[in-house]
Design a protein around this ligand. Sequence first.
Ligand SMILES: Cc1ncc(COP(=O)(O)O)c(C=O)c1O
Length: 371
Amino acid sequence: MKIPFVSLQREANLIKSQLLKSTEKVIDSGNYIMGENLVAFENRFASFVGVKYALGLGNGSDALTLIMKSLDLKSNDEVICPANSFIATAWAIIAAGAKPVFCDVEDDLLISLRHIKNVITKNTKAVIPVHLSGRICEMNKINQYCSERHIYVIEDAAQAIGGKELYSYAGSLGIAAGFSLHPLKNLSIYGDGGVLTTNNYEIYNKAKLLRNHGLRDRDNCILWGFNTRLDELQASYALIKMDYIEEWTEKYISIARKYSEELDENIKRPIIRTTSKDVYHNYIITLDEDIRDVFMKKLLDLGVETKIHYPIPLHLQKCSEKMGYKVGSLPNSERLSKSIVSLPIYHTLKVEEIDHVIKSVNSTFNDLKVK
Ligand SMILES: Cc1ncc(COP(=O)(O)O)c(C=O)c1O
């Protein structure tokens, strides 16, 4: 049995006739950018997340960048983000002309108030908790601490559509949030796309201008801005998928629950929580460093493809070289980057494939542990 890490065509096949019908409708409309599909998608997304405003954008990186730009940060202003994330989290801070400050993470790869307190300074203006792998950060605690200090909290919700802290959805848990609609995400389209959500009118208004060159109308430009708009075709696809997101999310969660119940008890694996709804964009286990790479190789021999999210922490990336971080600066992030493995998880996985993953992981783990 061969189980690829992702299988995007399977999902596309489930809704192909809807996608094709929608494609034809958009083509026939003659309106391809900033039309009725974008507005309908934004309204739907905002009401799903439970916020006043949503903006469809060219990608998730730009969603974060436009938020940071809307905060009018200065070059000495520091923005804290976790060291274990996709590079775009830190790029948004750099793109806005501020200074990223990398923060260590807990064993579940999430930033926490405990670690934020270690890196906070008088120059800290914002914190970006990343709901990595669709696991929701401790937003209540972080918000309370930051609001007392007038520090903005921006969610990187790129991987967390449908996730919740208690009863509130990811995307409504900070002053603003960025989502990605990249093909690999839980709500994905057939190209790049992203969404910004907020209840804050100033952020919404400024980001709305920034996504369209800073144009107030066709001829008057009031800000230097970007061209980063979710086009009509992609908005129409995203709109179709909104009908399925709750159902598909439940499937991710049930696969994660099965993994957590049936994987060998000596494998460190996600705890299924009741205080948050984690949506398992990735399902990440942690092994001893000395067996991680050979474990992945042996699993591949058994037909199970795995990945690492992420093998190099942000502070040790080549592009961060001049920031002064050294190996050992953020020990937990560094240790995790050498010991984590992401197992295949997608809502179209079949029961026998899930069973094969579990069986292969358990047997490989036990073989390696015995040696
Ligand atoms: C945590 C995180 N932040 C930001 C992004 C950026 O999203 P996009 O690829 O849509 O620009 C991603 C996407 O990979 C991500 O995983």
